[in-house]
Structures are given as structure tokens and as C-alpha cells.
Design a protein. Structure first.
Length: 425
């Protein structure tokens, strides 16, 4: 250890032996500027990359809108896929789904729509597209209707979910809910002309393609007893309609065979309400009062709001000579559903038998309008093909029957159709 002794004051100065550091002016300053330059370069690169990415996404967004407006689905698919690679945006997935759906690539389209959150941009639109694929392509109406109800809970004004729900209620003979949903559709201005025809034909509703459609439902949903039951009902009704339209021995034999197969497949002591409805319709058609009486004893309390079950009671009471009871039942049917022209016609008979000839004549006049209209509506290939003249007649009948909401709804729809047809393109 080296040291210096200061003999003058007696202190000792100790050194470490390490030479002092020489500070070179300007070195720290250059290092500091170098670091600043690195940071700035990174910022420039980052901002430039962000700007390039944002510009690319904006261009793809505009391109998707333009391609969709031109219905250029293959190129829209390419642009949308590029967008999803740059950004997993809900709108990008929506456009991809639309391009795939329009090219009939339904499974892939549904997967794309599933990536669009319901609460985000295009969320409701994507959900409606999924609903349509599920209902019409996958033939899974129960799943589709659950989605429709969820969408209507969010927004009762949505057109497509309401219309699918109405169609499903009509196809599955859910008359009480059908009446309610059509009236809600009128309130929200999402009603269609065919909805009024469903209501008019409510007492004996059938579809030309009902058997075919419900057969696909039953096949796609083998675990659904409800859909299998609905398919069986359509099968019997279709055979019955054909035999009534062309009562040849061959068609009559087919109807009797199909009817017997239906009866053999159900528990006649405890039929489901849908099965009970058809059995009562058939018993009334056979003029089988005894069978109808036994079946009416099985009608559940839940049918109290179904106008057709009140019609069955009215018919049975008339056959039993209880005209007062029949009139009461028919009035209840008409209170629930004023368009029930068959109930009105049968009530006029009960009124006449009860001695009230004046009211009987009044009700029969209104029922006659419905009867004539029924003949023409049954000739339609599809409810959607009803002419403006037929709809005007239906509105007139609804007005005479006292259902002004239905009459006004039909006239409003007609005005919309006329204004659309006269609007310059």
C-alpha cells in the first residue's frame, strides 16, 4: 500500500493506486443523440406501418362495399378474406359471410357470420343471415326460431325474424300464436300480404308444399317428436285435400290409407293437441257426432284461445240440438278471430234453427263473401301470388266482419305496393 505522510500536520494521505478517469468532452452528448435517433426511427417506422395498415384496411372496406353493391361475390370473397387477414373486424367477417352465402357455400358462410358479435357492427344483420341459413338450408326450424325470438326481444321492429316466426307458426298449426304474431307484425309495419291469407285460411290451413317441407324438417331433426308429428299432420291433410279436389277412387283410397296409418301411430286415448285438432276436423268431415264428442272431452284448457276448437264445439252442439250452446261457441270463435268465415256460416245455420232469421241472414251474407274469397284463394299456387284485387276483396271482407285492424293493414300494404310500382327507377 503506498502512502504519503504530511509531517507538518501529522496526517497521512492514502491513495488507491487507480489513475483518475479522463473525461473526453462530447462523448456522452453523441451517445444521447444516437439513442434519440434510434427511438425516432422506431417511431417513424411504427407510425408508417400503422398508417399503411390503416390505409390498407380502409381501402379494403371501401372495396367490399362497392363489390357488394355490384353483387360481385367472388371478388368480394377475395377482398373480405384479405381484410380478415389484416384485421379480424366484425364487418370483414360479415362481408365474407355474404359473399359465401351468395355463392351457396352455406356452411362456410354460417361460420363467418358466427364471428360477428351480435352487439357489434353488422351483428344483427349477421344473425339474420344465420337464421335464414338455419331455417331454409339446414332445415333446422326450431334452432332458427329460437334465434328469431332472441332477435325480436332485442328489437321488435325487425322484419325477417318476425316473418320467419309467422311462417313457422302457420306451418306448425300454432293458431293462437299465429294470430298474435300477425297482429304484432301489423303494429310494427313488417306484415306481408301472405300473412293475411294465413289468417283467412286459419280454420283449415294447408300448404301445397307443406308435406315436402316438413318431411325435410323431420329428416334433419330425427330427435324432434314435434317436427315428426307436424310432418304426419301435413301428410294426412295433403291426402285429404287431393281427395276432396279430385274425388277419384284412387285418391280416396290413398287418403283412407294415410289416415289409417296416422291413427295407428298415435295414442287415441291421449292425443297431442295438434293430433286432437286433426282428429276433430276429420270427425266433423265424417259427420261423426259420437267421435267428436269423445274427442272434445280431451281438449285441454290451453285451447281456450284457439278459435277452431270453439268451432268444433259449435258444430257438436248444433248436431246435438243445443243451438244456444252452439251460437255461444261460434261467437267466442269469432271474438277471437273475426275472419273465421266457416264459423260464421255455421253460426248462421244455428241462428236460423234457433229462430233468429234476421241475424242469421246478416251473418250468412258476410260468410258468403268469405266463401267466395276462399274458392279463389285456394286456386293460388302460393299465398305470395295473391293479386291486388284479391287482397282488396279480403280487406272488404275483414271490414264487413268487423276486423278493422286487418282491413286497414291490407289497404296499407296495397298502397305501399302501388307506390313502389309507380316510383321511377
Amino acid at each position: 500500500m503506498a502512502g504519503n505522510s504530511d509531517s507538518s500536520n501529522g496526517t497521512v494521505a492514502v491513495t488507491t493506486g487507480t489513475p483518475p478517469i479522463e473525461v473526453v468532452p462530447g462523448v456522452n452528448t453523441r451517445r444521447r443523440w444516437w439513442l434519440i435517433g434510434v427511438v425516432l426511427a422506431g417511431l417513424v417506422i411504427g407510425v408508417g406501418g400503422w398508417w399503411f395498415r390503416a390505409a390498407r384496411i380502409a381501402r379494403l372496406s371501401s372495396e367490399c362495399i362497392a363489390l357488394a353493391s355490384r353483387e360481385d361475390w367472388p371478388r368480394l370473397e377475395i377482398a373480405a378474406r384479405q381484410w380478415t387477414r389484416w384485421q379480424s373486424a366484425p364487418v370483414a367477417w360479415y362481408w365474407l359471410g355474404m359473399s359465401l352465402k351468395s355463392q351457396r357455400q352455406f356452411p362456410e358462410a354460417k361460420q363467418a357470420f358466427l364471428k360477428v358479435p351480435l352487439a357489434g357492427p353488422r351483428g344483427v344483420d349477421a344473425a339474420i343471415e344465420r337464421l335464414e341459413i338455419t331455417y331454409h338450408v339446414e332445415h333446422r326450424p326450431l334452432e332458427a326460431i329460437e334465434l328469431a325470438k332472441a332477435l325480436l326481444d332485442r328489437d321488435p321492429k325487425l322484419a325477417s325474424p318476425r316473418r320467419h316466426l309467422i311462417l313457422f307458426c302457420a306451418m306448425t298449426f300454432q293458431r293462437v300464436e299465429l294470430i298474435r304474431q300477425v297482429r304484432l307484425a301489423i303494429d310494427q309495419h313488417v306484415d306481408l300480404p301472405e300473412h293475411y291469407i294465413y289468417l283467412f285460411l286459419l280454420e283449415d290451413l294447408s300448404f301445397r308444399d307443406g308435406q315436402e317441407v316438413t318431411a325435410r324438417w323431420a329428416e334433419a331433426n330425427p330427435d324432434s317428436l314435434f317436427l315428426r308429428r307436424v310432418q304426419a299432420l301435413h301428410r294426412v291433410r295433403a291426402a285429404r285435400d287431393e281427395a276432396r279436389l279430385s274425388p277419384t277412387p284412387e285418391l280416396t283410397a290413398v287418403f283412407l290409407r294415410v289416415r289409417q296409418e296416422f291413427a295407428d301411430a298415435i295414442d287415441l286415448t291421449r292425443p297431442d293437441p295438434l293430433e286432437l285438432d286433426l282428429l276433430l276436423l276429420l270427425a266433423m268431415g265424417d259427420n261423426d257426432q259420437a267421435a267428436a264428442g269423445k274427442l272434445l272431452a280431451l281438449v285441454p284448457e290451453s285451447a281456450v284461445d284457439d278459435p277452431v276448437f270453439w268451432r268444433y264445439r259449435g258444430w257438436y252442439s248444433t248436431q246435438a240440438g243445443d243451438f244456444a250452446g252452439a251460437i255461444q261457441s261460434y261467437r267466442e270463435a269469432l271474438r277471437i278471430h273475426p275472419l273465421a268465415w266457416q264459423s260464421r256460416s255455421e253460426m248462421s245455420t244455428a241462428l236460423r234453427l234457433a229462430g233468429d232469421v234476421q241475424e242469421a241472414g246478416k251473418e250468412q251474407t258476410i260468410a258468403g263473401l268469405g266463401s267466395d274469397l276462399h274458392v279463389d284463394l285456394r286456386r293460388l299456387s302460393h299465398a305470395k301470388s295473391a293479386s291486388a284485387q284479391l287482397l282488396a276483396r279480403l280487406a272488404k271482407f275483414a271490414k264487413e266482419a268487423g276486423d278493422f285492424k286487418i282491413a286497414n293493414g291490407i289497404l296499407r300494404r296495397r298502397q305501399i305496393a302501388e307506390s313502389s310500382s309507380t316510383t321511377p327507377q
